[in-house]
Design a protein around this ligand. Structure first.
Ligand SMILES: [Fe+2]
Ligand SMILES: [Fe+2]
Length: 169
């Protein structure tokens, strides 16, 4: 039986090095999502103040969505014959989403979320480019996830704008 590129696409033997490349990009995405879960959980609890409430609630909702993204990335890694990495391989990178000195400093949180979403948008745009014409299934999945991240960023840019309009950011 012929199992060349024509019939098996990204799952074919001939495509193994491209597949490994995509799996590495998906692992990075997986860790980004999980770190975002940690950071959003932290920041959905820590902030103080009347105006922090909206931000906390929004982040609380996002936790489940980002966790869902991590699950999608993990599933796709396996489908591409990769192995989902264990927790010992995790390296934290979101220095900008650590708790601020004052828990009423909600602008710090808003800016941190915008930075996290921007990082995700950048990385997922790269995956969409790398999978173009070679792995439409991964590409399609990541396009949907990218849409979610664009929505998140836009929402938090709106929050920031409100503070800027009042001279608070
Ligand atoms: Fe996400
Ligand atoms: Fe997001």
């Amino acid at each position: 039986m012929e199992t060349g590129r024509g019939t098996q696409g990204i799952l074919s033997k001939e495509m193994s090095s491209k597949r490994e490349e995509i799996v590495e990009l998906l692992k990075t995405a997986y860790w980004m999502e999980l770190e975002t879960v940690i950071s959003y959980l932290t920041n959905s609890v820590n902030p103080d103040g009347v105006r922090a409430q909206e931000i906390k609630e929004s982040l609380e909702e996002d936790i489940q969505e980002e966790l869902g993204h991590a699950q999608q990335f993990a599933t796709r890694i396996k489908e591409l014959y990769g192995v989902v990495p264990g927790s010992m391989e995790f390296k934290a990178e979101q220095s900008y989403l650590q708790p601020p000195e004052e828990q009423v400093d909600i602008v710090h949180v808003i800016r941190g979320v915008i930075e996290a979403e921007s990082g995700a948008i950048e990385h997922y745009t790269r995956i969409i480019e790398e999978t173009d014409q070679v792995d439409p299934v991964t590409q399609d999945m990541v396009i949907d996830i990218l849409h979610d991240e664009q929505e998140h960023r836009r929402l938090f840019e709106g929050f920031l704008r409100e503070y800027q309009a009042e001279g608070l950011a």
